[in-house]
Design a protein around this ligand. Structure first.
Ligand SMILES: NC(=O)c1ccc[n+]([C@@H]2O[C@H](COP(=O)([O-])OP(=O)(O)OC[C@H]3O[C@@H](n4cnc5c(N)ncnc54)[C@H](O)[C@@H]3O)[C@@H](O)[C@H]2O)c1
Length: 321
């Protein structure tokens, strides 16, 4: 919205709250159109396209918890694949031919080497990752057969929050990811962080990931839209970019960085490795830089400062509003 796009949001609020959009209004001074719909509901989605001329779609809707996807694979295939197919069908029927898709670095699985470039083999390790891969494949096929243009953005590990402290991550229940877990230990909602694995072949034995500030990630989407707006429409245009910083940080490095901002110790314990986790991965983000002019600008310290601002200003996430 700050890049001057008029934004229409369609979300079933299965993992979000509309308070976040009120906060977006506070930040931007603008209101996004909002439709609380499940995008698998073709009639409801068609109605949104009937109401607005739409230039492009950023498709982020999906379920995303790896563990849950192993326990409930059908739910993941059903939601993530059906939602995508119906969305692409409706887009085609309205001749909307630009789409940016939220894919994930999880499609690389456990890579042989790092940093990871976009041409690495894809080795999904769980149903969630396979849904991402399958939607990528769908878009590769659709773009080959039509004038649809797609950008697949493979996110590494988004963390942080908007620097206003007004919008941030508010997971339901026990967080699946490191950063919200650390923040909840800091605010006193969780007693202790479990660090899964201290004997990986990494700098200090803990897992290494490429953490990227969520605002840098958001800017990557604006760049992706510009990238497809400026290129001539042609068949088979499906571009893939890593969105990462190119730097890996271990769990211990993240805890240390957070403690500097927080001013105290984080209670943690190193426990057994978690099945399905990989030792180390980080991006080579050069292609996104060369072709989209995008580069992550924020540091790990910015990510920690913004996470803590969000969490300390909103101890219960959006639930207090
Ligand atoms: N957060 C990460 O670490 C990460 C990493 C890589 C990729 N991704 C992908 O990026 C996207 C956004 O991630 P996020 O972290 O903001 O997750 P999120 O859960 O906050 O956002 C996904 C949104 O989609 C909505 N949704 C789900 N199914 C829907 C449906 N059928 N119809 C309408 N709305 C639906 C949810 O309510 C939620 O608001 C997801 O597709 C996710 O798989 C996230």
């Amino acid at each position: 919205m700050q890049a001057d796009y008029d934004v229409i949001v369609a979300d079933n609020l299965s993992n979000s709250v509309d308070t976040a959009l009120e906060r977006v209004k506070e930040i931007t001074g603008k209101t996004a159109f909002f439709y609380q719909i499940d995008i698998r509901d073709k009639a409801a989605l068609t109605e949104v396209f009937n109401q607005h001329p739409i230039d492009a779609v950023i498709h982020m809707a999906g379920l995303k918890a790896v563990g849950e996807s192993c326990a409930e694979p059908l739910m993941y295939y059903q939601n993530n694949l059906d939602a995508s197919m119906i969305l692409f069908e409706v887009m085609q029927s309205f001749s909307v031919n630009k789409v940016v898709f939220s894919s994930s670095a999880t499609v690389y699985g456990d890579p042989d080497t790092v940093p990871i470039t976009e041409d690495f083999p894809l080795r999904m390790m769980n149903p969630y990752g396979r849904t991402k891969y399958m939607v990528e494949e769908m878009l590769r096929d659709i773009t080959l057969a039509s004038n649809m243009q797609a950008v697949l953005l493979r996110y590494f590990n988004p963390i942080g929050a908007h620097d206003s402290g007004l919008i941030g991550e508010d997971p339901h229940g026990i967080p699946n990811n490191l950063m919200p877990y650390i923040a909840q230990v800091a605010i006193g909602q969780r007693e202790k962080l479990s660090v899964f694995g201290g004997d990986y072949p990494t700098v200090d034995g803990t897992g290494v990931r490429d953490y990227i500030h969520v605002v840098d990630l958001a800017k990557g989407h604006v760049k992706a839209l510009e990238r497809i707006a400026e290129t001539e429409t042609k068949q088979g245009q499906c571009l893939t970019y890593n969105l990462g910083t190119g730097r890996g940080s271990s769990v211990i490095e993240v805890i240390n960085a957070f403690e500097k901002v927080y001013g105290d110790k984080i209670n943690y314990e190193i426990v057994e490795r978690r099945p399905g986790d990989v030792p180390e991965y980080f991006a080579n983000p050069q292609l996104a830089n060369e072709e989209m002019g995008w580069r992550a600008e924020k540091s790990l310290d910015d990510m920690m400062t913004d996470t803590w601002r969000w969490q300390s200003q909103n101890p219960n996430g959006y639930k207090d509003d």
